[in-house]
Design a protein around this ligand. Sequence first.
Ligand code: PLP
Length: 224
Amino acid sequence: MTTIEHKLYIDDVIRRVETARLKVSGHHIVKIVAVSKYSSADEISTLYSIGQRAFGENKVQDLKAKAIALDALPLEWHFIGNLQKNKINNLLDIDPTLFQALDSLELAYELQKKLEAKDMTLECLMQINSAKEESKHGFMPEDAKEAYLRILKQCPNIKLKGVMSIGAHSKDKEVIKKSFETTYSIYKELPNATICSMGMSGDFEMAIECGSNMVRLGSIMFDK
Ligand SMILES: *Cc1c(COP(=O)(O)O)cnc(C)c1O
């Protein structure tokens, strides 16, 4: 695609996000994080040139390589993948805007230790496994609130901003919707939470209608 074609294509995605958010309220603002895990630094740079600022990666080494390659651009980097403990320092070296996948207390404690040692803070979202799927990471819905409060209290260098969830892996729209509703109801109960990150290329409109205010769009933003 040429840059112009890509712009028209992105305009269509933005129109769909607009339509979905306006069904909630004119005051319901939704942020798009472009998930660039299948895309090159050049493709990210094209999206930047048509106005996209926030990008997400799910592997620390890819995030690092692209953040370095695109260092000259004022981009916002989100880490959306599972973080292994031995990669924490590598992630902190990049100092991402938001770590969206804090998925266990063990990881929170380890992250807190490393943040403290570096005298840094990190904005994070707690990942919730809302459909209780074996294949997914995250806190079980029934444990999420207590764990969130515990991290707030015990991990002062972790700045919790809300929750992240991946919609249920199902063909049944009602099942997917229910998983979004579960995450949203937890989000509403958390003190000072402002970000509810749910919705990917295949289900973002439904996620927004269920209250999401951050969508993570990969294939649809890069036409993959
Ligand atoms: C890959 C990925 C996305 C984007 O997926 P698409 O279906 O390509 O939009 C969103 N969130 C997470 C956590 C991902 O790993």
